[in-house]
Design a protein around this ligand. Sequence first.
Ligand SMILES: [Zn+2]
Ligand SMILES: [Zn+2]
Length: 183
Amino acid sequence: MESSLTFLLLPVGFPGEVLVTLARRAREAMPFPSLWLASTDPLEPPIEAYSWERMQFDAEKVNEHIHSVLYDYVREGIRIIGVVDADGYIPGFNFVFGLASTALGVATVYTRRLKTGGNGLYMERLLKEVLHEAGHLLGLDHCSNRECVMSFSRSVEEVDRKAPLFCSSCKAKLVLKYGSRGQ
Ligand SMILES: [Zn+2]
Ligand SMILES: [Zn+2]
C-alpha cells in the first residue's frame, strides 16, 4: 500500500497563482495523506494540440504533451493535473471539463466553461474538477451519486450541483487502496 501520494498542479497558459489555494483545498478534501504541489512555472499550451476550427484543445494530446515535458516527475510517481486556461475536447464530445489519462498519470482541467460566474464560484468549480480528475488518476470511475465529486457533469449546472467532496462510497474505495488519513 502506498503511504503517501503526490500531485502537482500545473498552470497551462496562465500565471496560475490561484493554484496555491487550490492545492491546499484539494489536499484537505482527500481522505488519506497526500502532498499537493502548485507549480509557479506555467507551461506554454502545445499549439499542435489546438484545433483552429473548433478553437479548443485536444485534451488527449495536451495530456501526452505534459507527460513528455514533465516525464521526470511522472517517473517519480507524481501525478500531474494541468489546469488549462482554454476550452478542451475529445473526439466525439463537444467539450470536456477535464480528461484523465490514467496510464500516463496525467490529467487536465479546462477553465473556459467554468468562468461564467464570479470568482468564488469559479474557484469552487475548479476545485471540483481538479478533485474529479484526481479521483480518476487514483482509479475511481464515475459515481451515480449526483452530489459526489465523481459524478459526470454534462454542464456547468451539473458541476454546481455536486460538492467538492468524495461520497462515502468513493471515499471507502480510496481509503481501501491508499490508506486512511493519519495512519
Ligand atoms: Zn470523469
Ligand atoms: Zn461517489
